[in-house]
Every structure is written in C-alpha cells, then in structure tokens.
Design a binder for this molecule. Structure first.
Ligand code: Q9C
Ligand code: ZN
Length: 343
C-alpha cells in the first residue's frame, strides 16, 4: 500500500496547550509524524508520495468559507495585535449568546470558530492543515485508482473539526473533505469508520442529516471523555440522515474484548450500507500506553484491527491518520494495522 505523506506537517508545531486551565506541554507534536514515517519506511510498505495540490474548492465543500479565511489569516492577525507565540480562544458563544453575527474582535472570533482552549493556533496551523487535506485528497486519488487503497500520514488530525470550528487538535476535517470529494467524483455511498479513542464530533456533525455518508465510531464514553458533548449511543442521525450514524461508546478502561465487540457493533450497519468507499479515521490513541486515553490495545490488537478491516471487504479503503500520543509507539501501531490489512 502506498503512503501519502504531508511533508509540511511540521509547520504546525505547538509547545504548549491548555489542559484544565493550565498550560502543559503539547501532546500533538511533529515528532508523532516523524516516528510514523520512519516506521512506514522501515516496513517497506511501498512508495511514499507527496500531496498533489487540489486547491481550496474541495475544502470549501465541507467547511464554511468564512471559517477557512479566518484560520488562514488568524495567526498573522494575532501577531499584528501584539500577540506572542500561539493563539488560544478564551470566550465562546454558548447557549443564549448569538453566533450568527461575526464579531470584529479577534478574541471573539477565536471563540466563535473554536470548541476548546486545548488546540493551539500556531503560525503554521493553516499551512500544515491545508497540505494535510491535500494529502487526504491525494490518498483518495490512489484509493479510487487501481490499487484501491492508501494510507495518509498527516497531522494535525481532523475528526474534531466541524464545518466552522477547530478543536481537539484539529482544524480541517480530512475525512470529511475526502468523503465529500469521493461523492463529487461520482461515488454514491461513503462510510467512515472512526476508531480513534475520541468521538469524531466534527465528522459526525458534518454528515448528520445526510444518507450519502455513514459515520460509525467506537470511542471513550463522552460522559467522561473528550469531546464530552457528542458521541452518545442515541445519536443515530436526523432527517434524511436518520439511521446513517452509529456510535458505540465504551467506558474508559474497557477491555480489548469489549473493544472488539464494539467494533463489530459499528461494522454491522456499515456492512448493510455496502459502501463504495470505506474511510478509516485511524487514531491509535486506543493504545494501552497512550498518555491521554484509556483503552488497552497493543501491537497484536492493532494487527487484528487491520485484519478485520480487510475482512470487511470494502471495494476501496482509505486510511487517514488521526490521534495517537504515545509518540515513539505510534509508528509501530500504525504499521501493525496496515500490515494486518495487507496480509
Ligand atoms: N491535554 C484527537 O485524538 N484534550 N484529539 C485532551 C489532554 C483533547 C484529541 C486533554 C484531546 C483531543 C484527534
Ligand atoms: Zn483521539
């Protein structure tokens, strides 16, 4: 399987993030992708390609143009106002406040276009995220070609980013951009299987009222785990999308047996859906030693996951890198999934 590598990922490099009101060392760091690249090279999986520029239009099919413009210029705005280092939001338009009027204040727009203070907006967030989306689109080109598969190695991740907000270390929703692009190229049914530890609230929300993209996720129960405010089992889609969303939340600390049982629960409706393309939001923060997550998968189970995705038998499969914060182990864990898939 070929890999598309977002070689501009390191433009997004934060030293710190807010966690429970304090600045702590950032978890989502450039070394993550460096370790995965090393592991993929060592495994000799096949060619490693650079992203091809598909332009802004495919991003605008998913994200609000005003949001994209804001992210593109936000760090320069921050610096022009005398800000130093990374920018963080600190005020949000919650219930009873208006979010339909874009404020002039930079601080207010940071809040309007975000969901948390744990996602540093850096000088290179836009560059890294833009090329990450291009990597996803290039991976889609490969998956739609003769090989029928591809792995996209990128950061920052994407699945928490909504149509008009960033958060959870994510700015551009790569899985959503790829899914929409696949539909725009004539596919009629796309499934997204999200195996990251965290619920992909952004991806779910983008497709919640649509039947052309089925979103299914296994994740830490939002009652105790980030993103807290979405990802419950009763979220099954709405309107035309009713029945095209499946969440299988699991308690923090769940066993591997419980995790694989949950995976079966997520895969069953996807199998009935019979997608033309399966996009895997591949977070490996389900790893037993992940510093911010609490499931127990290890090398063996990641291999088993890859095998199960192969057995699912989608005509085309696109793996997109999401979370995973045990920096030195991410590469081995990703390679275990891809090897399991290829066997
Ligand atoms: N400082 C993804 O895995 N904050 N995002 C956790 C730890 C949010 C994770 C607190 C975690 C977001 C793509
Ligand atoms: Zn995650």
């Amino acid at each position: 399987m070929r890999t598309v590598y977002n070689q501009r990922h390191a433009a997004h490099a934060a030293t710190h993030e807010f966690f429970r009101g304090r600045l702590v060392p950032a978890f989502e760091v450039p070394a993550r992708a460096d370790y995965v690249l090393q592991a993929v090279q060592a495994a000799q999986f096949g060619e490693i390609l650079n992203p091809v520029d598909h332009g802004l239009a495919p991003l605008e099919r998913v994200h609000a143009p005003a949001y994209l413009r804001f992210i593109q210029g936000a760090h320069a705005e921050w610096l022009a106002l005398g800000g130093e280092g990374d920018a963080f939001p600190a005020v949000w338009p919650v219930r009873s406040l208006r979010s339909d009027v874009e404020p002039a204040s930079f601080a207010a727009r940071m809040g309007l276009y975000s969901m948390d203070s744990g996602t540093p907006l850096t000088a290179g967030s836009w560059e890294a995220s833009y090329w990450g989306a291009q990597a996803a689109l290039t991976g889609l080109d490969l998956a739609l070609g003769d090989e029928g598969r591809a792995y996209v190695l990128t950061r920052p991740p994407g699945h928490h980013a909504g149509a008009d907000f960033f958060g959870g270390y994510c700015f551009i929703n790569n899985a959503a951009v790829a899914a929409q692009a696949a539909l725009d190229r004539g596919l009629s049914r796309v499934a997204i299987l999200d195996v990251d530890y965290h619920h992909g609230n952004g991806t779910q929300a983008i497709f919640y009222e649509r039947s052309d993209v089925f979103y299914a996720s296994v994740h830490g129960d939002p009652r105790t785990e980030y993103p807290f405010f979405l990802g419950h089992a009763d979220e099954r889609g709405a309107g035309a999308g009713l029945g095209f969303n499946a969440n299988v939340p699991l308690p923090s600390g769940s066993s591997n047996e419980a995790w694989f049982a949950a995976l079966e629960e997520a895969l069953a409706p996807l199998a009935r859906y019979a997608p033309d393309l399966l996009i895997v939001s591949l977070g490996v923060d389900t790893y037993a030693h992940d510093p911010i997550s609490h499931f127990k998968l290890d090398r063996l189970e990641f291999g088993q996951l890859g095998q199960r995705i192969a057995a699912f038998g989608a005509p085309r499969t696109l793996f997109l890198q999401e979370g995973g914060y045990a920096t030195e182990a991410i590469g081995h864990n990703v390679v275990a999934v891809l090897r399991g898939f290829e066997e």
